[in-house]
Design a protein around this ligand. Structure first.
Ligand code: ATP
Ligand code: MG
Ligand code: MG
Ligand code: MG
Length: 356
């Protein structure tokens, strides 16, 4: 019997477009002899739709052949889902849900909570790990208690900042100095992140970050190479070979990530054997500290001045296009894209069974 997998994409997030390309790649990699694929899109306005017709960018990257194949099995699948777009995601209708969503309402535990309520297996981390990983302050607190080294930081709620601006700026200058990095606590793709070189830039950077979140953190600037590791698994996770990001800009901002196409990745990263071993171990330790499941991409800094390895953050639903770091790092470690997709579906089922 074929496994029926609902692939969910789009969403009310700044990372909507990336999600469409990731989802097209995932569906393309799924063998229709093994899977019955139920494509489910969420529009920018938050409306759920079965099928791909409202998502031209997705259809374009799927290509005509795969689109035809998907559509020929769609009538059977949508019949079951008819008029029950959300209830269709219960375990009576689908075997597994594969959320290919990034950022708010996709990567932050909210949709994972809905899957839990619907009692359906889903790919990736659970509610708690998703929410903690998405909140950079919470994640840092967990990393610290696991003994993982990281840079210095402070954080302030919006209400406090706007009431006591000068005092807050004084405190940041005293504790961190310049340059420093300002980030909304819950976001991704570098949205709302800036580097501040003086007090007036810091003030502007914080005001910008508060447009995205009521909680903003400021980090000490770390002069470093950026190394990432792909982690895969549930209770016994495995780490890929590390990869390095060579950013086109001053830092790896939205422009460098998605727009100018000039950033490069080097996989495996040029590291000593000892560094490689240490970074892979730290990736697994961070993954387990947050109790992640399925997959995560763990981002590190390798300090250029003293060689120290610091954890930056974990992304529980990282970019999944054929050119994204996560699948490419697995590819280079010996696990091709389509086998990676199969493995993620299996891990979702294993985790669900484990909980029963
Ligand atoms: P992602 O798309 O990986 O989820 P994100 O929005 O969660 O990104 P971060 O990874 O925390 O954001 O930061 C984005 C980029 O900003 C980093 O890849 C790095 O280039 C730069 N950066 C972030 N924090 C620092 C820091 N403390 N010191 C130096 N550079 C930093
Ligand atoms: Mg992130
Ligand atoms: Mg992210
Ligand atoms: Mg990052």
């Amino acid at each position: 019997k074929k496994l029926r997998v609902a692939v969910v994409y789009g969403g009310k997030s700044g990372e909507h477009e990336v999600s469409l390309i990731s989802a097209a790649s995932v569906m393309k990699a799924m063998d229709l002899e093994k899977y019955e694929v139920l494509p489910i899109g969420i529009t920018r306005e938050g409306e759920w739709q079965v099928g791909t017709t409202s998502f031209p960018a997705l259809e374009e990257s799927l290509g005509a052949e795969k689109l035809d194949q998907l559509q020929s099995q769609l009538p059977a699948v949508t019949n079951i889902a008819k008029g029950k777009q959300l209830p269709a995601l219960t375990n009576e209708f689908v075997d597994v849900v594969f959320p290919v969503l990034h950022g708010t309402y996709g990567e932050d535990g909210t949709i994972q909570g809905m899957f839990e309520m619907a009692n359906v297996p889903y790919v990736g981390a659970g509610v708690l790990a998703s929410a903690v990983a998405m909140d950079k302050v919470m994640a840092k607190m967990v990393f610290a208690s696991a003994g993982l080294p990281q840079g210095g930081y402070v954080y302030y709620l919006r209400s406090r900042f706007f009431k006591q601006k000068e005092a807050v700026l004084d405190e940041i200058e005293e504790k961190l100095g310049y340059p420093c990095f300002v980030k909304p606590a819950n976001l991704g793709s570098s949205v709302g992140i800036s580097k501040a070189n003086d007090r007036s830039e810091l003030e502007k950077a914080m005001e910008l970050a508060y447009l995205y979140d009521r909680k903003v953190l400021v980090e000490e600037f770390i002069p470093a190479r950026e190394i990432e590791v792909a982690v895969l698994g549930n209770d016994d996770p495995q780490a890929s070979l590390p990869g390095e990001i060579i950013s086109s800009g001053d830092f790896y901002d939205y422009q460098a990530k998605y727009i100018d196409g000039k950033s490069a990745m080097e996989i495996p990263a040029k590291l000593t054997e000892e560094q490689t071993k240490q970074i892979r171990e730290m990736a697994i330790k961070s993954y387990q500290a947050l109790d992640c499941a399925g997959l995560s991409r763990v981002d590190f800094f390798l300090r250029k001045d003293n060689g120290e390895i610091l954890i930056n953050e974990i992304n529980t639903l990282p970019g999944f296009t054929p050119f994204s770091m996560y699948p490419v790092m697995w590819q280079e470690t010996g696990l091709p894209y389509s086998e990676l997709v199969d493995r993620l579906v299996q891990l979702a089922i294993e985790r669900y069974d484990e909980k029963q």
